[in-house]
Ligand binder design. Structure first.
Ligand code: GLU
Length: 422
């Protein structure tokens, strides 16, 4: 019987990540000490950042960078700017990056960073000073062979350009491969901006095939309309899916006949929110998750599907565009109800996969066409999906536990080969 206790509603992302790890680790017959090594982040840095505000005052912000594991290569993972950023959350996100890179088999470990701030309240020049000061304080901690940041919630290619420039100024030469997700002109990769959403599309296609669902005409709900949600909605729509509902932080839209996504994207480019777009009715954040649909894509923040609402989810497939949207208790409920969850560490791995391509291209100084990037991404994603599916059938477990099993095994293998420098 699934656990129905509702302690997961208050669960921190880190507690959730640890529970996921423990559940998978239980299945593996591995030395307990080894598992402890894999579980803990290897390094966590906290920086205090005094920033000169536009009004002449100083304000001190707190920044974080956590490197969870580097057994398979440099730490890799995004940087988020959000008022709720804290060490717990960044540590969970760093751990998920370790498992994500291992699931797709790219040669990176896991890292994550963030600054506790509300970027909507900062001017562009304040954001630039904050980003540069954060980077300057982390120059010894990041680098192409050490730890390679990328965009995440509320950061973009401009943020990456400032990081690249600040790091390069300190190094006294241009180091493009210190970050990924850069503007194309500065060594960014074609296809990187769309990569997470494109990866979600590839995963959804595979899941639909497995579940015998025709994606053309399938009802899809997308929660979150930032970089991941908007691109996912666009690509699903181009594949013929019917996007019946979307939402962002301000509110949601619902139209059972399907929303005109091209029109909505134009509207959002002008108005910076989905609310107010004609041709759909309003819907609340709670209601949107409970709509009957074939594919539900949570593409915002952590802990949105919990034991409180998991019984009301009426999707056939939940495709996790966000990191950590489902708690372990909710996972069990969804599993008992026969709902297939494509876990975040598989489903949203397209972003870091193309980040890997960007890092490779920067280091080669030779750039690929967009078709080449997308093709290579598809090959990796389709293989990863089927690898995870195979493990889930073999161990008779859900896709999340299967993805963790695969990832933990891969990191463990490398750790054993390297040996522990005790
Ligand atoms: N922030 C993205 C993620 O959570 C991308 C990380 C990267 O490209 O390094 O996967």
């Amino acid at each position: 019987m699934p656990t129905r206790q509702s302690d997961d509603i208050k669960l921190s992302a880190l507690e959730n990540a640890m529970r996921q790890f423990d559940e998978a680790a239980e299945v593996l017959n591995v030395d307990k000490m080894m598992l402890e090594i894999l579980k803990q982040p290897r390094r966590a840095v906290i920086v205090k950042l005094p920033i000169l505000m536009d009004n002449g005052d100083f304000q001190v912000f707190t920044g974080y960078r956590v490197q969870h594991n580097i057994a398979r290569g440099p730490a890799k993972g995004g940087i988020r700017f959000h008022q709720d950023v804290n060490l717990d959350e960044v540590s969970a996100l760093a751990a998920w990056m370790t498992w994500k890179c291992a699931v797709v088999g790219i040669p990176f470990g896991g890292g994550k960073g963030g600054i506790a701030c509300d970027p909507s309240k900062l001017s562009k020049s304040e954001l630039e000073r904050l980003t540069r000061r954060y980077t300057a304080d982390l120059t010894d901690v990041i680098g192409p062979e050490i730890d390679v940041p990328a965009p995440d919630v509320n950061t973009d290619s401009q943020t990456m350009a400032w990081i690249m420039d600040t790091f390069s100024m300190h190094a006294r030469h241009t180091v493009t491969s210190v970050v990924t997700g850069k503007p194309i002109e500065l060594g960014g990769s074609l296809g990187r901006r769309e990569a997470t959403g494109r990866g979600v599309l590839f995963a959804v296609r595979e899941a639909c095939q497995y579940k015998n669902i025709e994606l053309k005409g399938a009802r899809c709900v997308v929660q979150g309309f930032g970089n991941v949600g908007s691109v996912t909605a666009d690509l699903l729509y181009r594949d013929g899916a019917r996007i019946i509902a979307v939402c962002d932080v301000h509110g949601g839209l619902y139209n059972p006949e399907g929303i005109d996504i091209f029109g909505l994207l134009e509207y959002v480019a002008k108005n910076r929110k989905v609310v107010g777009f004609e041709g759909a009715q309003p819907i609340t954040h709670d209601e949107i998750l409970k709509l009957e649909c074939e594919v539900l894509v949570p593409a915002a923040l952590e802990n949105v599907i919990t034991s409180k609402n998991a019984d009301d989810i009426k999707a056939v497939i939940v495709a996790e565009g966000a990191n950590g949207p489902t708690t372990t208790n909710a996972d069990k409920i969804l599993q008992s109800r026969g709902i297939m969850v494509i876990p975040d560490i598989l489903c949203n791995s397209g972003g870091v996969t193309v980040s890997y391509f960007e890092w490779v291209q920067d280091r080669m100084g030779y750039f690929w066409t967009e078709e080449e990037v997308n093709k290579r991404l598809e090959i990796i994603l389709v293989k990863a999906f089927n690898d995870v599916l195979k493990v889930s059938l073999e161990y008779n477990c859900n896709m999340r536990i299967a993805a963790f099993l695969l990832a933990i095994k891969r990191v463990l293998e490398v750790t054993m080969l390297r040996g522990v420098y005790a």
